[in-house]
Ligand binder design. Structure first.
Ligand code: SF4
Length: 466
């Protein structure tokens, strides 16, 4: 029998189909959730996608801090964020003063969280009542029940507080340098932290994922995979961070800067390479939003150089030599994300162009089995030409900026065999970072347009006019 904590951490793990995993819980976790928690929650883990969409549709200002998004407000907010980010790096600020202001920013963040929680109070009060009722009922039952019939109690703090909320940056298992071992070690260990905002329009205000598609929103890892599905506090923490960044950008960027510096220092002490992913669940053009002084310190060649990398669906961030040069100068590596193939919102043409320029493309394939990733993506251009690009397994580590050095030529055994057997297909320049599908249920995986199909190790997409 699972206790509630295990239920939270495993219960909605993407590896399992919810329908089958928890039969036999007595009062099943789902029933427990639905009876005691879900009615007062912002979303229902039974079908998070539907409830988030419902929430956005009927309560666009669900959390009450930001104006409802529209084009004009979005531009204004981004302008405000940029100005705030600049203000976080004033000329000639003494280090002591920077530290003092950082402390002040942390205080603002803590107040902001309290305010946020207060905004949630009526919901929380109702949740508390339900949890108390459940716990009383479970305790009573447990007094006489045999050990294996006992019901787990609910720890309300774990569900109703914003938890781990002292920082802007956070880490996760995939970022753990000690896990970067074996064939994926690349000869170095990388310590990664990320800024996890709430994706697209979930937090209100700016749409932080301007090129999100229906498919990627529905499968977004930030809402639909692993721990992100079960724990409400993870969800609210992302929303609160996003709103704090939009409302109080100077404070948020001061905190980010302080934490990036700390990441740099602590990684260096252990001999790790420090890296940061500031758009862990967003797609903001940080190469413009963060000021020159930020990049001067933390970018390439800076006194506290930290590798910066992100995935993006906004091909416009790197579709010219000048833009790529600007990113390279800052040491900011971007991997273009495929939105899937053969559907109205597919970005195949952009993917094809990016591969053609030698770039790295991340592609999610319709499988949960790391061993079942294809070895090759074939791009079919309108003039009949075909180019083939090798796929490597990108599941085990996240530092995509290292891929280019550590998969020289990008070759793999299956790909080489395919090239020999298909001499009429040209070798393409760029490489594909292959990812397995992680969100939702197996049923969702079967239907999402976001994932790309492959047969006998090969996937096919439409190319651009050459
Ligand atoms: S663009 Fe990325 S972060 Fe944004 S909704 Fe899509 S998958 Fe999620």
């Amino acid at each position: 029998m699972l206790n509630f904590k295990t239920f939270l951490s495993e219960g909605y793990s993407s590896e399992y189909d919810h329908e089958h995993k928890y039969i036999g819980f007595g009062e099943s976790p789902r029933e427990m959730w639905e009876n005691f928690i879900a009615p007062v929650h912002i979303y229902n883990p039974k079908n998070i996608r539907e409830s988030v969409e419902h929430e956005l549709k009927f309560h666009p200002q669900a959390h009450g801090y930001l104006e409802q998004e529209h084009e004009h407000a979005s531009g204004n907010i981004l302008h405000h964020v940029k100005k705030g980010a600049e203000a976080a790096f004033p000329e000639h600020e003494e280090h002591k003063e920077t530290l003092r202001k950082h402390k002040e920013s942390v205080k603002h963040w803590n107040n902001f969280k309290r305010e946020y929680e207060h905004g949630e109070n009526s919901r929380r009060a109702a949740a508390n009542e339900k949890i108390d009722a459940y716990n009383a009922h479970a305790s009573e039952h447990n007094k006489t029940a045999a050990k294996k019939e006992r019901k787990p109690l609910i720890d309300r703090k774990k569900i109703l507080s914003l938890g781990h909320g002292d920082k802007m940056l956070s880490s996760n298992g995939k970022y753990d340098p000690e896990k970067h071992v074996g064939e994926h070690a690349y000869g170095k260990k990388v310590k990664i932290e990320g800024l996890a905002l709430a994706p697209h329009k979930v937090a209100g205000g700016v749409n932080v994922c301007p090129k999100a598609t229906a498919g990627c929103k529905a499968s977004c890892l930030a809402l639909h995979a692993g721990m992100n599905q079960g724990e409400e506090r993870n969800y609210h923490l992302k929303v609160a961070r996003s709103q704090f960044l939009q409302k109080h950008p100077e404070h948020a960027v001061r905190m980010i800067s302080h934490e990036v510096e700390h990441l740099h220092n602590s990684a260096k002490k252990k001999g790790y390479e420090p890296a940061v992913r500031l758009n862990a669940n967003s797609d903001l053009n940080l190469e413009h939003i963060l000021p020159h002084k930020y990049w001067e310190k933390y970018g390439k060649g800076g006194s506290h150089e930290v590798k910066h990398y992100d995935y993006t669906k906004v091909a416009g961030r790197m579709n010219s030599a000048a833009k790529r040069e600007n990113l390279a100068k800052k040491g900011y590596h971007l991997t273009l994300s495929s939105t899937g193939t053969n559907h109205a919102e597919s970005n195949d043409k952009e993917v094809s162009k990016h591969l053609h320029s030698g770039g790295n493309v991340a592609m999610v394939f319709r499988t949960r089995d790391k061993g079942a990733l294809p070895h090759t993506v074939v791009v079919h251009h309108p003039n009949g030409k075909q180019t083939a690009h090798p796929v490597h397994n990108a599941n085990l580590r996240d530092d995509r900026y290292n891929d280019e050095h550590h998969h020289p030529g990008g070759s793999n055994h299956g790909h080489e065999k395919f090239m020999k057997e298909n001499p009429h297909i040209e070798r393409g320049h760029g490489k594909v970072s292959g990812l397995t599908f992680k969100g939702n249920t197996n049923k969702d995986m079967e239907h999402t347009e976001f994932a790309v199909d492959s047969h006998h190790g090969v996937a096919h997409i439409h190319g651009h006019e050459e």
